[in-house]
Structures are given as C-alpha cells and as structure tokens.
Design a protein around this ligand. Sequence first.
Ligand code: FAD
Length: 491
Amino acid sequence: MTEEFDAVLIGGGVMSATLGMLLSELEPGWRIAVVERLDEAGLESSSAWNNAGTGHAGLCEFNYTPRRPDGSVDVSRAVEIGEQFSASLLFWAHLAAAGVLGSPRDFVRSVPHSGFGRGPDGVAHLRGRYEGLRGHPLFADQEFSDDPAVLRDWLPLMFDGRNAGEEVAVTRSARGTDVGFGVLTRRLLAALRSRGGTVALGHEVRAMRRSGSGWTLDVRVRTTGEDSRLRAPNVFVGAGGGTLPLLQRAGVPEVRRYGAFPISGQFLRTARADLVAAHRAKVYGHADPGAPTISVPHLDHRTVDGREHLVFGPFAAFSPRFLRTGRRSDLLRSVRPGNVGVLAASARDNRSLMAYLVRQVAQTSRARTTALRTFVPTVDPGDWELVTAGQRVQVLKMTGARRGAMVGFGTELVSSAGGSLTALLGASPGASTAVATMVDVLAAGFPGRMAGWSARLAEIAGNRSDLADLTARTHMARRVLGLGPDGEGRS
Ligand SMILES: Cc1cc2nc3c(=O)[nH]c(=O)nc-3n(C[C@H](O)[C@H](O)[C@H](O)COP(=O)(O)OP(=O)(O)OC[C@H]3O[C@@H](n4cnc5c(N)ncnc54)[C@H](O)[C@@H]3O)c2cc1C
C-alpha cells in the first residue's frame, strides 16, 4: 500500500512543524504528513537543552554585525534577522490568538538581550553596533552604558566584584526572548494534527526516489520493523543532521559535491537560585582577537519546564554522529567520491578553524572556568555542571575560488527536481527564523503558487518590505504572546 499526500515533511523538528502549519493555513484542504523517526517530536536540535533558546533578533550578537576594514560596523545582517524574528513572533501570535498553541508562556518569555564588549576593541565594536542600529524601529529601545553603577544594576552577577580597571560596556534591549523550541515544535504539530494533518512518530524515512512528477518514500516503523510507502508531489527534508545522508542516498545531484562535518556544543549550567536571580538576561560577548566567530561566548538565563537555570558556552566538542541519536559511522558514511575533494579542501582552507576546534576538544575544565570567569568574576566551578547540547552538522562546499568553505554557520536551502524536493542544511540563526526560512522553502518548492499565497502570508507572517507595518504588528504580536518591553511576561 502506498499512502498519498499533497506534501510530506521529513523530520519532526521546528522547521517541518512550522512549514506544516504554514501549509495548513495556505491550503486547508491539503493532506500533509510529517514523518519523525523518534517517538516524540522536537527531541533533536529543537529540544530545549540542545540549543541555547535565544530568540535571535539581532539584538545582541556581535557576529551579525561585523566590522568593516575601516572599523565601521555593518548592521545589515542584524536588521535582517530582527525582521525575520518578527515574522516568527507574528505567526506564533496569529496561532496563539486562534487558540491552537496553548499558553505562549510555555514556550516564549521576555528575557533582556545584551551585548558585552571587553577591551578597547570590543567596546568600540559594541558602540559602533549600537550607533548603527539605534535608528531602526525594531532596535529603538536599545541602551548603551559603560557606567559601572548602571552595569551592576543591569547585570549584578557579571559586574559585582569585577576589576574596576577593566574597559567594558554593555547594550541592553528589554525586547529579548528565551524560547523553548521543543515545546513550540510539539504545540505546532499538535495543532497540525487537530487540523487533520498526519504526524507519524517513530517512523524513519529510509529512502526516497523520484516517481512521476513527485517522490516515493520508503518508511520503516522503528519498533516493529514494518515497512510502508508514502507518495507526494512535494517533499521537504527537514531532518536536521539526517538531511544530507538522505539526499546523498537519493542521489540528489545538487548535493553531490557537498560534505559535512559535525560539531557538538557543550554548556556549563547551574540552577543555584541566587546566581539565577542575579542574572535575568542573555549576554553575548565577542570572539577573542584571531578566534573564529563561532567562539562567541554567551551567558543565558533559561526557563525550561518551569525551572530556571543559567547556561554558559558554547564549547565545541566532537562526535562523529550527525544526530544526537545518530550512529558513530555517520561521518564516515557521508564520504563519497563526489565530496572527497571538498573535504580535503576544507581541511586545507580552514586550518585556523580546525586548530580552534582541536583546542576546544582538548580543553580542560579549568580552561572552561577561566572562560566563564570573564563573565562571572566570582565563579565557583563547583556550582556548574558540563552538559552536552545538540549536534550542528556544518555543510562543506566549494566556494567560487574552488576553496573548501564551511557554510554551515548559515543555512543552506537546497531545491531539486523543479522544487518538488526542498531541503534545509546548516544551523544558524536557526530555529528563531524558522518562519522566514520556511517562507523561502515555500517559494522554492511552490513557485507557481506564491503569487496566490502572498496576501495570506503577509497577513499571518508580515511583510518585510513595509517596515512601519511590520513594527506596529510586531508590537501587537508581543502583547498577544505576553511579552513586553515594559517587563510584562518577564520570567
Ligand atoms: C548548540 C546549539 C545551540 C543553538 N542555539 C540556538 C539558539 O539559541 N537559537 C536558535 O534560534 N537556534 C539555535 N540553534 C539552532 C537550532 O537548534 C536549529 O536550527 C533548529 O532546532 C533546527 O531545527 P530542525 O527542525 O531543522 O532540526 P531538528 O530539530 O534536529 O529536527 C530534525 C528531526 O528530523 C528527524 N529525522 C532525522 N532523520 C530522519 C529520517 N530519516 N526520518 C524521519 N525523521 C528523521 C530527527 O529525529 C529530528 O527530530 C542551536 C543549535 C545548536 C546545535
């Protein structure tokens, strides 16, 4: 028996869940299936403890505001991410108002976002970032200070007991958020089910192949070994670290030369009540001079399952698995005749990144505490435990100059067979911008339908070309979600 659908979405993470709900809004009559190999959705990268839960909106991340060679700061990427996060807020608010997401407080809370500049260079970078963004309405509430008394008031855990001679500055936006992407994923999928969608848990897609103008998928129930087939004219592969292997097995030509390299993240975590109470913020620092941008440290207040914690990191670690629940042979099995060249070129052309990763993997707990001390001068290592977060599978591909580049710090949208197959590779900025990214998937997968869908999409996810309208609607969405710059909904 082959079951027929209008669209099949592989993987039950935040990306497929978002796409499923967007499709259910646009085409209520469509038969949509989400297929997830684990017994519950949102347990891989989208799970709360497998990511940092930051609602990335460009409010605090130095890596979205690089310095130009003349020292000025380019804020265009932060603005883009701010606008993309607005699309997420608008869509969540639309669904919350329709009563299908439960209480928004279960998955999104106000937590101020701060940038933290250290040393003359870091402070100049932060000031340039602040100046560049302050005229934009989505960043209008940002504050900047290098006054020790203000910093102690904003962030007591970081600035009580700090050496007075250190040059530091902080920006602060009360519009920041902490997001439980795992809960959000499960709420979105429950809503999809309630609208008649199929969510098949414990079902693994083993293979897929072109059939007619669509795709046939071989699916196995993991507990019983029972096999079945699904067919659909449109398939989205949102299988996280499982995406590239599936595309490789299907012989998708667009990824023939792609390689992948997994990097897992680790965080130091504490639940000590007085520490948590003294740091109600997410604070992002900058990379040390010469270090790669992925080394950006941050100290985050998190609320997961109603319990408050602080987490600090990430520290890079190595595992050859492409999913947390993947196999040790994943990396080896991804090596193909078509991508050996890019793997070799990546090793050759990313030596400083490789050296950084090796140093990180070899890092001692004393070195991790030293890194934490730059944020928490009074740290007692006994209060913090090391936890392993999710796997990031970085995409490797040749750039124009035939150099091997790691592109996985951004996301890579693959479209094949006239858009009948779309797939998402890479990880950043990730879950926060899922709505905008899935609108891009719709454009790639359904080019002929976008003109008919655009008015409804603007209604439910906003229109980035009308900034005044986007800003006003973001403000309304925040109220619906119980968030507010005035502190409403703060955890
Ligand atoms: C350390 C770390 C920190 C991060 N911090 C943040 C952050 O602060 N903010 C942010 O916005 N983003 C963050 N991210 C990124 C974010 O977590 C991801 O972008 C996002 O969760 C990806 O969602 P997804 O749906 O693509 O993948 P996933 O959530 O991994 O979902 C993929 C699903 O596919 C399933 N699957 C795999 N293979 C198959 C198959 N063959 N058949 C069926 N199912 C399959 C898996 O079991 C999994 O459930 C972070 C990531 C990491 C690793």
